[in-house]
Write a protein that binds this ligand. Structure first.
Ligand SMILES: Nc1ncnc2c1ncn2[C@@H]1O[C@H](COP(=O)(O)OP(=O)(O)O)[C@@H](O)[C@H]1O
Ligand SMILES: [Mg+2]
Length: 242
């Protein structure tokens, strides 16, 4: 297993945002993490990436306990993430934003020149060719999302956590993002994606874990979970996602 969560819980005051969550991610898969708003998906990502510490339970990456490591150490051991609320350095160019990822990631580049070359390639790969010098604050939403992905990829992760990467994209942009995530996986990076766009979940995920009120309520293939009665009641049945 690449990543395992073992009985992980996290409360905020009286609210148990993540409740005894256990899951395992295999090397090379795309795992979907879905559930209603407020069910604890982003909190789970915050726990995996070290921005929050669990109250109990453990997290392992390739068998090594990472539960108490700081976010930079977790990044250095091979986990990168995107943020649901994209957070580029708005006063820096697209290239400079990705350079930050490349110089402080899992296996930082040896020289500025090498980092720059790699960042050009990554920017081209995510669809930002020709936009290297644009300030992040002047990019459109879809381009800021591409930049967010590029910054995470620049860290050269083994495991990539995507938090609602496709939210706000139109159908054409969503299809392009799906192709991009598939080719990221094909390049050897394991992916956990939090996503509300069911078409993307069905089209991409090898396996899906469903959480509701912080608890895992189902797990299986995308087809299995979308036909699961508990999942329909807790999540899919709601008109917003019908
Ligand atoms: N830092 C925090 N402080 C207090 N409550 C939080 C914090 N982060 C998340 N929550 C609460 O935890 C629950 C789960 O939130 P979140 O993980 O963001 O859900 P999701 O990503 O599934 O929509 C929500 O009720 C949310 O309000
Ligand atoms: Mg969220």
């Amino acid at each position: 297993m690449l990543l395992t969560l073992d009985d992980v819980s996290k409360s905020f005051g009286g609210l148990m945002a993540v409740r005894q969550l256990s899951l395992a991610v295999e090397q090379g898969e795309i795992l979907g993490l879905i559930g209603p708003n407020g069910s604890g998906k982003t909190t789970a990502f915050n726990l995996i990436s070290g921005f929050l510490k669990p109250d109990s339970g453990g997290i392992k990456l390739q068998g090594k306990d990472i539960t108490r490591l700081s976010p930079p150490k977790i990044c250095a051991s091979g986990i990168a993430r995107t943020f649901q609320m994209v957070k580029p350095f708005s006063h820096l160019t697209a290239l400079q934003n990705v350079l930050v990822g490349r110089l402080y990631g899992c296996s930082p580049a040896k020289t500025q020149a090498e980092a720059r070359e790699e960042c050009y390639r990554i920017l081209d790969f995510v669809g930002l060719a020709g936009k290297h010098q644009i300030l992040a604050r002047n990019l459109t939403l879809v381009d800021r999302k591409r930049l967010e992905l590029a910054r995470a990829l620049a860290a050269k992760p083994k495991l990539l956590l995507l938090d609602e990467l496709m939210a706000g994209l139109n159908p054409t942009e969503t299809d392009a993002a799906m192709r991009l995530v598939r080719s990221i996986r094909d390049s050897g990076i394991t992916v956990i994606m939090v996503e509300h766009i069911i078409k993307a979940v069905l089209g991409m995920c090898d396996r899906v874990v469903v959480i509701s009120a912080g608890e895992k309520i189902a797990e299986g293939s995308a087809q299995e979970v979308v036909n699961n009665q508990k999942v329909i009641e807790a999540y899919l049945g709601k008109p917003r996602y019908a």
